[in-house]
Design a protein around this ligand. Structure first.
Ligand code: HEC
Ligand code: HEC
Ligand code: HEC
Ligand code: HEC
Ligand code: HEC
Ligand code: HEC
Ligand code: HEC
Ligand code: HEC
Length: 470
């Protein structure tokens, strides 16, 4: 009876015994080959119960089979963490890779900046992908390890706001700079070391005296990150009629509406890629959730007013930006700017496409792109992240400054074009004059002098026009 019991126990334990035997294969050798990775992995919560092979497979198990190794995807993690995986898939992080490849000029950039993770791809690897298509670059496949860095996969690390900093910084999404120099961030930086980082976020308010990125955006541990406005700061349904009109210009500059205001092929991306909330209900849902988060520490009224002010700053920024969009579009419409050689790729010509980023045809379009992606962004993003300096001096101020620059440039280009036309007409007269003179003996002597007067007049006129235009 006792023997039978031991046998039964052994049979039941077989999978685990095989498991640990396999673990020793990987770890035995890798303790020599990559000792830091083994130590890191062993220090984490998965170090005891999970094996290297659970994520990397068994196809490689010797020095000769390294090329057979498997790199995990989010689904590998999802096999044991289904809840976090499905929340991640519902939110925006899982779309980062798709959004990157939906951009019109991604195909034209060095491959290293994309799959090689040296630029766009280095942050957008956060998105869900499968293993296929990774011939040259087979790294950067799991979104999850961007916050739970391999190989300790620590949950405490992911709770610290610095975990978001590598990507949410800089030019067009300076949330780290906004947060870390806001009142919320400064309290974190001065008091955060005393907070309980081992407690789940659902208990954060009992220990934190100020919010972190995670408390507001992964509240209660929900991995579905999504906000009302999102990055592009547009929503499809708009109850405010004046704003809707400016929004139309904004959407034309994104190539989402054509010049007549009809949806383009790119419009169809908005829904699936969650680039904007389609209805007010969809927009209100994350907003109300956010107000509940603020409500842990502030009055509801305080929170509501603060966020509504953010909405209003976006509206004001749209006003200024929309006017500049129309100015640049009119330059193309009137033939003052030449047709760009990528005209076939433009969804909304004569409107410029700011989603091409820096790949534009004229400096005035470069100004417009920066106006959108740097200054308009800061106007509303810093309002939501309670940062007055970023709001004023990195957002609204340079936004207005660029609008003035674009207006002056518009005047100058139009003056130049008018002058070129005038000179062209004079030039024609001049040629006719000379030809006429050659016909008549009497005028022949005057013709070179007449030509010189015309040229001098052109230079003088050019000078006056340029002064007036600039
Ligand atoms: C006999 C030694 C040995 C064993 C056993 C072994 N590996 Fe390796 N492994 C290597 C060597 C050598 C490399 C290549 C290291 C390098 O490029 O510096 C490697 C590389 C890797 C890589 C990185 C591959 C890449 O493309 O960057 C992973 C992941 C890996 N091993 C996982 C495992 C797993 C999982 C097991 C157990 C199933 C295992 N290894 C067993 C020797 C071994
Ligand atoms: C074979 C199942 C399995 C797979 C595959 C797996 N995990 Fe785990 N994971 C576990 C177990 C077991 C624990 C420990 C659970 C516990 O302590 O409650 C854990 C814990 C964690 C934790 C909590 C860590 C902490 O500090 O408390 C994180 C984060 C995590 N896993 C992330 C991942 C990620 C990311 C992947 C994919 C790259 C992954 N896991 C793949 C089984 C797995
Ligand atoms: C430093 C990291 C980083 C780099 C580099 C980067 N991005 Fe992003 N990108 C982000 C972050 C973070 C967001 C989300 C910002 C937000 O919502 O405020 C984002 C948002 C986007 C979005 C909007 C997605 C949406 O759903 O609204 C697009 C499109 C995009 N990036 C394309 C690109 C392209 C193309 C490049 C390279 C030219 C690039 N990104 C480079 C981090 C980066
Ligand atoms: C929970 C899943 C998981 C487990 C378990 C795991 N790894 Fe990894 N490993 C990853 C991820 C994710 C990457 C990054 C892959 C990428 O860039 O696409 C990685 C990459 C690697 C690399 C190549 C990248 C580098 O930094 O050199 C090596 C080597 C490696 N793992 C070794 C190991 C060893 C050895 C073990 C066991 C001690 C192990 N891994 C256990 C998920 C895991
Ligand atoms: C006090 C809560 C709070 C904290 C802390 C916070 N955010 Fe936000 N965040 C918001 C609100 C509110 C919005 C705007 C939501 C909306 O669209 O209605 C927002 C918007 C965003 C967006 C979308 C674009 C934008 O900026 O408007 C991103 C991305 C983001 N936050 C990332 C971060 C990161 C990263 C951190 C930490 C460095 C952080 N947030 C800290 C509340 C917070
Ligand atoms: C944007 C950052 C971020 C990404 C990406 C991310 N996580 Fe997390 N994860 C967190 C944070 C923050 C927590 C802490 C939640 C809490 O305290 O309730 C966490 C907690 C966890 C836990 C521990 C849950 C518990 O109850 O202890 C697991 C397991 C986990 N994540 C798995 C994953 C998996 C799997 C993925 C990819 C599908 C993933 N995470 C992607 C930030 C992230
Ligand atoms: C590896 C880079 C990376 C890290 C780390 C990262 N994010 Fe993101 N995040 C992105 C990218 C890229 C996007 C845009 C995704 C898309 O295309 O929609 C994004 C989008 C978001 C959004 C959605 C904004 C919207 O459009 O509604 C929020 C909120 C956000 N991140 C918060 C966080 C927080 C909080 C952390 C840290 C816990 C974090 N992120 C860590 C890259 C990152
Ligand atoms: C964990 C607590 C906590 C949460 C959650 C929280 N705050 Fe705060 N907030 C504070 C503290 C503490 C201060 C500094 C004291 C003060 O000014 O009331 C502050 C200050 C502010 C300020 C004033 C900043 C300044 O420079 O004077 C604004 C605006 C603000 N919070 C908005 C929000 C909004 C909006 C939310 C939700 C999206 C939110 N807070 C969520 C704790 C919190």
């Amino acid at each position: 009876m006792k023997r039978l019991f031991v046998l039964l126990v052994l049979i039941l334990l077989t999978p685990f015994l095989v498991g640990s035997a396999a673990a020793s294969i990987c770890i035995d050798c890798h303790s020599e080959i990559t000792p830091e990775i083994v130590r890191d992995f062993k220090s984490g919560a998965m170090g005891d119960d999970v094996d290297c092979s659970d994520c990397h497979g068994f196809a490689h198990s010797s020095a000769d089979t390294v090329d057979k190794v498997k790199m995990p995807t989010h689904e590998t993690c999802g096999a044991c963490h289904a809840e976090q995986d499905s929340q991640y898939m519902d939110g925006k992080h899982s779309i980062a890779w798709t959004a990157l490849f939906a951009m019109p000029t991604t195909k034209d950039q060095p491959k290293e900046l994309m799959e090689g993770q040296k630029g766009c791809g280095g942050c957008h690897k956060m998105g869900a992908k499968d293993e296929t298509g990774w011939d040259e670059y087979h790294y950067g496949v799991v979104g999850c390890d961007n916050c739970h860095t391999r190989h300790s996969f620590s949950v405490e690390e992911a709770r610290r706001p610095e975990a978001c900093m590598t990507c949410h910084q800089g030019f067009d999404h300076a949330q780290w700079e906004m947060y870390s120099t806001s009142k919320h961030g400064v309290i974190y930086l001065t008091e955060g070391d005393d907070w309980d980082w081992s407690a789940p976020l659902s208990e954060a308010k009992e220990s934190y005296t100020s919010p972190t990125c995670q408390m507001c955006h992964i509240s209660g541990g929900d991995h579905k990150v999504i906000t009302s406005w999102g990055f592009l700061g547009v929503r499809v349904e708009e109850p405010d009629a004046e704003w809707a009109e400016d929004r139309a210009s904004v959407l034309k500059s994104f190539g989402v509406l054509d010049a007549d205001g009809n949806p383009t092929a790119r419009f169809d991306l908005i829904g699936p890629a969650k680039l904007a909330r389609l209805t007010m209900d969809e927009w209100n849902e994350p907003r109300e959730k956010m107000i509940t988060v603020c409500g842990d520490c502030h009055s509801e009224e305080f929170a509501r007013i603060s966020l509504e002010e953010g909405d209003q700053m976006l509206r004001e920024a749209d006003r200024v930006y929309a006017e500049s969009v129309e100015t640049v579009a009119a330059l193309h419409r009137d033939g003052i700017l030449p047709e760009p050689d990528y005209i076939d790729e433009l969804q909304s010509y004569p409107y410029p496409d700011v989603l091409r980023f820096y790949d534009q045809s004229h400096t005035i379009e470069e100004d417009l792109w920066v106006m959108w992606m740097k200054y308009r962004m800061r106007c509303f993003q810093s309002a939501f992240h309670a940062n007055a300096d970023q709001e004023q001096w990195y957002g609204w101020g340079p936004l207005k400054e660029t609008a003035v620059k674009i207006k002056s440039e518009d005047k100058r280009l139009r003056a130049e074009a008018e002058l070129a036309e005038a000179v062209g007409a004079e030039g024609t007269k001049e040629t006719t004059g000379t030809a006429g003179a050659a016909e008549g003996e009497a005028d022949a002597a005057n013709s070179p002098g007449f030509g010189a007067v015309v040229s001098f007049a052109s230079i003088l006129a050019l000078f006056v026009w340029l002064r007036r235009g600039g």
